[in-house]
Design a protein around this ligand. Structure first.
Ligand code: AMP
Ligand code: GLY
Length: 433
């Protein structure tokens, strides 16, 4: 490796990866950021270069990192992590920030996660798991409703059904076991419904030590007032007011510390971003809804907009097992991101719609992160479900929201969908004060 260059490789091509690339490119020591495959937004970022290698092509990604003399690789999405990209990079001596295949099962298998949580006494909803062979229809039909039915495997955020009636629950379970989500539904998890307010709690881990990222909250439903189908996330903001200092302390003691210790004790220490999806009840008690083994999308966009520290320094400290020697510094302002999705999202998505207004956005405060965009004949066109995430900053969540929506209103394409109420819970809390 040439000591004068410090190249970072970001794997993925969504909004989260645009934010990761943008953040790493701000570091004075970073000479270049490669993004594989990236999007039209990363293509226009200073110091950033897209490389046409898919995020799941592990062998080619390792060749790229080796060939370019990359100093640090950061993996955005879960699929390559669950497939073992970090183990492969390690075998080739390439520094890669993310969990290995064994602990990545925390996201890859909900059944694995439930067993892990129960074994280590970490609070979570009560559950039972079934396959086609042992599915107990009568038991499910007798459960109190609402009840939650989940495909155990990776289903791109869609494999969860909150059934309001016994009949709906049985239907959901049977359709999953019959292949509605493919192999992800070969095993299903039936879970008790948890009441409360959700928060995302994301930390960086080095196997032993933890550096918490700023708290955040996302909106999973497609439409205003949290109605409509579940999506990957229509917007997010940071901090999450539900995570008060006392709740933060409880999450660290009752959830994060026992998880990191438990994984190490089970012989699969966790290095990477660990994302706990939590339900916080009225008394401030956290329960784990799910784990992700990567940064959230769209949580990354507002959270990194507030990170003042050099992300590459934090990742390097983690890879050296020395996260206890660094701290993450945060902008005290709130950040809020609004997703602009394509026509048809979250179902059949239309691609190729021409985007206008990007020049006006350049003159506005805040930041427009691209997600599903591509360059075609000198124009930016839509190429995926979530197309952009507009991030604003402000002294209050309300002010951050105003800045974000000024960007949303400047961007246009046929069929664009976005919510108008991102952050409403936080704003209501703010305005009650
Ligand atoms: P998951 O993919 O497990 O995060 O589930 C997706 C969404 O479904 C979560 O963000 C929650 O809004 C909701 N959800 C999942 N499990 C439960 C539960 N046990 N109780 C209430 N809501 C849940
Ligand atoms: N925003 C939810 C996720 O990244 O899974």
């Amino acid at each position: 490796m040439d000591s004068k260059t410090y190249k970072v490789l970001i794997i993925g091509g969504g909004g989260r990866e645009h934010a990761l690339a943008w953040k790493c490119a701000q570091s004075a020591r970073v000479t270049e950021v490669l993004v594989a495959p990236g999007n039209a937004g990363t293509a226009r970022e200073p110091k950033v270069r897209n490389v046409p290698v898919g995020a799941e092509d592990i062998e080619k990604l390792a060749d790229l990192a080796a060939g370019e003399g990359v100093s640090l690789t950061i993996v955005g999405p879960e699929v390559p992590l669950v497939a073992g990209i970090v183990d492969h990079f390690a075998m080739r001596g390439l520094p890669c920030f993310g969990p290995r295949k064994a602990p990545a099962q925390l996201e890859g298998s909900k059944a694995f996660t439930k067993e892990f949580l129960i074994r280590h006494g970490i609070p979570t909803a009560g559950y039972r798991k079934f396959t086609r062979d042992n599915f107990d229809r009568a038991w499910l039909a007798a459960q109190p409703t609402p009840v939650v039915v989940k495909a155990s495997g990776l289903a791109a955020g869609k494999g969860v059904i909150i059934a309001q009636t016994a009949a709906e629950a049985v239907d959901a379970a049977e359709s999953m076991l019959q292949g509605r989500f493919g192999a992800a539904g070969d095993e299903i998890v039936i879970e008790e419904f948890l009441d409360g307010e959700e928060a995302s709690f994301i930390v960086m881990c080095d196997g032993t030590h933890v550096v918490p990222m700023a708290s955040s909250q996302d909106h999973k439903r497609l439409r205003d007032a949290d109605e409509g189908p579940n999506t990957g996330g229509m917007g997010a903001y940071s901090p999450a007011p539900v995570v008060t200092p006392a709740v933060h302390e409880r999450i660290m003691c009752e959830v994060i510390d026992p998880t990191v210790r438990g994984l190490a004790a089970d012989g699969m220490p966790f290095t990477g971003f660990l994302y706990a999806g939590l339900m916080i009840d009225a008394k401030g008690a956290p329960k784990v809804i799910e784990y992700n083994v990567r940064f959230g999308d769209p949580e990354t966009q507002p959270v990194l907009a507030r990170l003042k520290s050099d992300l590459t320094v934090l990742c390097e400290a983690a890879l050296a097992g020395r996260l206890d020697t660094v701290k993450a510094e945060w902008d005290p302002r709130a950040a809020l991101g609004v997703v602009i999705a394509a026509h048809g999202y979250p179902d059949e998505v239309r691609k190729g719609d021409v985007v206008t207004g990007l020049d006006q956005v350049g003159a506005l405060p805040g930041k427009l992160f691209h997600a599903g965009t591509a360059n075609r004949d000198g124009k930016v066109v839509t190429s995926g479900g979530r197309v952009f995430c507009a991030v604003g900053l402000g002294a209050t969540v309300r002010a951050a929201q105003r800045e974000a929506y000024a960007i949303v209103d400047a961007v246009a394409f046929e069929g664009a969908q976005s919510r108008r109420d991102i952050g409403y819970r936080a704003i209501a809390r703010e305005e009650r004060r």
